[in-house]
Design a protein around this ligand. Structure first.
Ligand code: ZN
Ligand code: ZN
Length: 183
């Protein structure tokens, strides 16, 4: 029983997040990883991480906060916690990031804002948003499994510098990366 409870991915909305895309991500992750996926209680907008000059949120303290043992008993038992936000994230040396993860840890974070076509002043596209969200989620979870970036442009662990990279890659690990996870 105890073991079973560990094999869960908790999706934690941070700030207001589109419920439909969360539900879709939940069922896709479940299908991909064969794990239980639960949408947990959302966290408030992380004002502590806001950078007024950049008008973006510093992703590292949000990730730290997500990995802190929560009050909720059910989340404490969760094996993986994936924060999902619509806020624009950054780390100091980059203009923006699609997501961040604890290497070999249990916590990851993705932002949907730049995955949306409308962010780039293009027509909204639900299918693209759904695919990109899944790819970024699997990518960040891959880091929690200890995977580093992969040179194969089709591999989900390929680094996305832009949405073009994200759209080119698959939503799953290449055979090399998959082998590493199994070990
Ligand atoms: Zn990465
Ligand atoms: Zn790979």
């Amino acid at each position: 029983m105890g073991q079973k409870q560990m094999e869960k991915i908790y999706l934690i909305p941070i700030g207001e997040v589109d419920g439909k895309i969360l539900e879709e991500l939940k069922s896709s992750l479940k299908e991909k990883f064969h794990l239980e996926v639960v949408i947990g209680e959302s966290l408030p907008k992380p004002d502590y991480a806001y950078n007024r000059r950049r008008r973006q949120y510093h992703s590292s303290p949000i990730l730290d906060n997500l990995s802190r043992p929560p009050k909720l008993e059910e989340r404490r038992r969760a094996y993986w916690v994936l924060g999902v936000t619509e806020l624009d994230l950054y780390v100091p040396n980059l203009n923006f990031i699609f997501g961040q993860a604890q290497m070999g840890g249990r916590t990851a974070l993705i932002s949907l804002v730049r995955l949306r076509e409308e962010f780039w002043r293009r027509r909204p596209n639900e299918r693209l948003l759904r695919e990109r969200t899944l790819k970024e989620a699997v990518h960040e979870l891959g880091h929690t499994f200890g995977l580093e970036h992969c040179s194969n442009p089709k591999c989900v662990m390929h680094f996305s510098n832009s949405l073009i990279d994200t759209d080119v890659k698959d939503s799953w690990f290449c055979p090399e990366c998959e082998k590493k996870i199994r070990q």
